[in-house]
Design a protein around this ligand. Structure first.
Ligand SMILES: CC(C)(COP(=O)(O)OP(=O)(O)OC[C@H]1O[C@@H](n2cnc3c(N)ncnc32)[C@H](O)[C@@H]1OP(=O)(O)O)[C@@H](O)C(=O)NCCC(=O)NCCS
Length: 362
């Protein structure tokens, strides 16, 4: 019996949702290269693609937009519930608690029910964020897009077009990424014929771990510690000499530059190229890549999505404590796509383990 720790290299299902091509650095959502999608389509359109199999046609746009507009409703019950959650409870745990109180959509959910559920994620995060800041709650506006509404509910003012476009590009690029830990968790829960809300709550639990959702925070901390480009080489050499990792580099699947990192860098370059910190991030990246070649010549270590996630979220002035919750906002679309696919071709997921314990205790 051969053990594949971490299920690396094990194929457990067929999927039509996305393809991660690690050798060529390509990510495909239902036939479309994500690098072509970012900045061209909105999050609402990518959700249509992931859930329904293709981008909305012209004639479907109006009805699709209408379902989204009707979904926004921040209820007084949620606000009251958010108020009684102690301040020390972190954002993703608060999110899980509120989601657990929502009415369970039908199985399989209608598109309207699934969208209502999806938009509840940014509404809860924004409301919780404002309560923690002692600010009044901002209710969503039906005339704003998903990305604009999220920033509006956080800030209480209409965001700039550049910020909305930057956030939309981030949401599109991180909405889905194959059988990562949280998505796989959602599929395992669904495979037992459990409900959609339980599957999403379990996925959030997996995302919370620092090996999955927390890396952009670590990149932001690393860049803050380095501070100036002329300190970068010494700082990073010390880390590598101590056999520590440089945050924002390396990937289990991509053996070339992560396509999402490339696309995000282009977006930040467009919106913030004159910002000194952006020049600093790009120069630091180049120094890191040269050092990684020097220290790990036999490994293919390139920039990953988290490096430029930190840059784009900084460019749109999102506070650091919202980096991981905002990842949950985007990835909910991918989770729901996989929940629907798993439910449609279900077989309970039940791997085996090799027993290495004692067999003859008396
Ligand atoms: C993402 C990551 C976990 C992928 O891991 P992996 O493919 O399983 O590779 P491993 O952690 O086993 O590392 C393999 C080798 O590459 C090195 N390596 C990998 N990423 C590295 C990094 N960011 N900095 C320095 N060395 C790195 C390891 O030290 C190891 O070297 P060794 O062979 O001399 O021991 C890893 O690259 C990493 O921890 N990166 C930093 C954190 C990060 O950015 N995470 C977000 C991922 S999207």
């Amino acid at each position: 019996m051969r053990v594949n720790a971490g299920l690396e290299g094990i194929v457990v299902a067929d999927t039509e949702i996305s393809h991660v091509n690690g050798e060529e650095g390509q990510l495909i959502y239902r036939g479309y290269d994500v690098k072509q999608l970012a900045r061209k389509i909105t999050y609402e359109q990518v959700v249509h693609l992931l859930w329904k199999g293709d981008l909305p046609q012209q004639k479907e746009e109006d009805s699709w937009t209408k379902i989204w507009k009707e979904a926004y409703e921040l209820t007084e019950e949620w606000i009251e519930f958010l108020k009684i959650i102690p301040k020390e409870v972190d954002m993703l745990s608060s999110l899980r608690s509120i989601l657990a109180t929502l009415d369970e959509p039908a199985s399989p959910p209608t598109m309207a029910q699934a969208i209502k559920f999806l938009v509840s994620v940014p509404m809860i995060i924004a409301a919780r964020y404002r309560l923690l800041q002692d600010l009044s709650i901002v209710h969503p506006r039906k005339d704003l897009s998903f990305a604009a509404n999220y920033l509006y509910m956080l800030r209480g003012e209409i965001p700039s077009t550049a910020h909305v476009q930057g956030l939309d590009a981030y949401l599109v690029l991180t909405a889905e990424h194959g059988f990562n830990a949280s998505t796989f968790t959602a599929r395992v829960v669904t495979s037992t014929e459990s409900d959609l809300i339980s599957a999403i709550i379990a996925a959030i639990g997996a995302l919370k771990g620092k090996l999955h959702g927390g890396a952009p925070l670590e990149v932001a901390d690393m860049l803050e510690e380095i501070r100036e480009v002329n300190r970068a080489e010494k700082w990073m050499r010390e880390k590598l000499e101590n056999r520590e990792k440089l945050m924002g580099f390396g990937h289990r699947v991509y053996k070339t530059m992560d396509p999402r990192a490339e696309a995000l860098r282009d977006v930040v370059q467009k919106n913030a190229k004159n910002e000194p910190w952006f020049q600093f991030a790009v120069q630091t990246e180049q120094i890191a890549l040269a050092l990684l070649k020097e220290y790990k010549p036999h490994r293919q270590i390139y920039t990953n999505v988290e490096f430029y996630t930190a840059a784009i979220l900084k460019a749109i002035r999102l506070p650091k404590e919202l980096y991981v919750p905002t990842f949950a906002v985007s990835r909910t679309a991918g989770w729901i796509a996989h929940i629907l696919e798993q439910a449609n071709h279900n077989r309970i997921i039940r791997p085996s383990a090799r027993y290495v314990g004692c067999k003859d205790k008396k």
